[in-house]
Design a protein around this ligand. Structure first.
Ligand code: MRU
Length: 383
């Protein structure tokens, strides 16, 4: 599968022949399009933690590909060589726990987006499977090290491809949903960045906007600035401008109510970092207040997210761990005195009752007649 995004919208550049990985430094966009070489898991961890890359699907992909490139880096190669020389034929379990330690470390990068944990859990499974295969076979081609490293690499590459395909499908399902009863072209409002820069390509909520546009039905896309980190003004506005999307408009977060009161917003479409069994959804801080404003003006709110964002191990939104970021991220992006105390949660939880649907690549979850959003049954049916 090829990524047809304009080169300016490439969130990452992965070359499987190296392998090598470069990620776009999103803290420098739009002023500069600079790529960071990710050659080890320390760099993968820090680009995620420092928000040089961000967005739930992209965090998962960068962690996974970051592990793949790390395992063939000079430092890991030296570690693995020395484990083999110390443990000889019995090196399988030692290498297994060495790679598992790296996965544990990547899990500490950011807490809220479940995609990271799901991707790392898939890599653990692939790794264990490769390890178990090696312990039951004895030929020279069955080096435990080779099999485990290859298993991680192949699965990380598989997840990269899957993310691209899933975003396209989310876009199609979302466009079907939003255009179903539309008689005219539609105006969509969104928060944060959920586009090509938040995924490996195309995007989730902004992918829906792209799909609506591809069908010739997009009148206007309105992006909220998204305080305090400005993902809307820095990244979504950039994507809108780069692709010359029709009716692209940037507004401050506090302008959403006034705009909806004027009329003309057909739908709000947002991404997600974690969706619980009852449909409660964690997304960028400000999404909850946007949903309240939309409810007051009868504007439907859709969440667009891959299946890997659904976390049915949590029954409701109060169980989601909400990341709190350093206060400086708010101070340095405002004109506040540096000594003021700050509360800076990166996400909030929108109760499911404010959602008209959750759009995934496997279909749309809609509330039942009783207003229940049964994510758990949807997951059970599609797993
Ligand atoms: O803190 P961020 O920038 O990683 O938060 C991103 C969001 O909340 C996105 O809306 C969400 O991850 C969906 S990205 C397709």
């Amino acid at each position: 599968m090829t990524d047809s995004s304009p080169s300016s919208l490439r969130s990452l550049i992965y070359d499987p022949s190296g392998p090598s990985l470069k990620v776009l430094d999103q803290l420098k966009v739009p002023a500069e399009k600079a790529y960071i070489d990710v050659t080890d898991i320390q760099t993968a961890w820090s680009v995620i933690r420092n928000m040089q890359i961000r967005g739930a699907p992209l965090i998962a992909i960068v962690a996974s590909l970051g592990l793949a490139v790390d395992l063939v880096s000079p430092a890991s190669t030296m570690d693995l060589d020395s484990m083999i020389s110390m443990h000889g034929d019995r090196h399988g379990p030692v290498i297994l726990s060495y790679i598992q330690g790296k996965i544990d470390y990547l899990e500490t990068s950011r807490p809220t987006a479940v995609n990271l944990f799901n991707a790392l859990s898939e890599l653990r499974q692939a790794l264990l499977h490769a390890h178990d295969e090696t312990s039951t076979t004895k030929t020279s081609t069955d080096s435990p090290r080779e099999r485990m490293v290859q298993a991680v690499m192949k699965h990380a590459e598989f997840m990269l491809e899957r993310d691209m395909k899933d975003c396209q499908r989310i876009g199609q399902h979302g466009a079907d949903e939003i255009l179903r009863d539309a008689v005219n072209k539609v105006t969509i409002l969104t928060i944060c960045n959920t586009g090509a820069l938040a995924c490996s390509a195309y995007g989730t909520a902004l992918g829906v906007v792209r799909a609506v546009r591809e069908r010739g039905q997009l009148k206007s896309i309105i992006a909220l600035e998204t305080r305090p980190y400005n993902q809307g003004s820095r990244l979504t506005a950039f994507e809108i401008v780069e692709e010359d999307m029709p009716g692209g408009i940037l507004i401050c977060d506090s302008m959403a109510a006034a705009l909806m009161k004027k009329g003309g917003v057909d739908a709000v479409v947002v991404g997600a970092d974690r969706v619980c069994a009852n449909g409660d959804t964690a997304n960028k801080i400000g999404t909850y207040s946007l949903a309240l404003v939309a409810a007051a003006h009868d504007v439907p709110v859709y969440v667009a997210a891959p299946f890997t964002t659904l976390d049915v191990s949590l029954t409701h939104g109060d169980q989601i761990v909400i990341e709190e970021r350093p206060g400086d991220e708010l101070i340095s992006t405002s004109q506040a005195p540096s000594s003021i105390a700050v509360w800076n949660p990166a996400f909030d939880v929108t109760p499911a009752r404010y959602l008209a649907g959750i759009i995934t690549e496997k279909g749309v979850i809609r509330p039942t007649v009783d207003g229940v959003m049964d994510v758990a049954s949807f997951v059970a049916r599609h797993q």
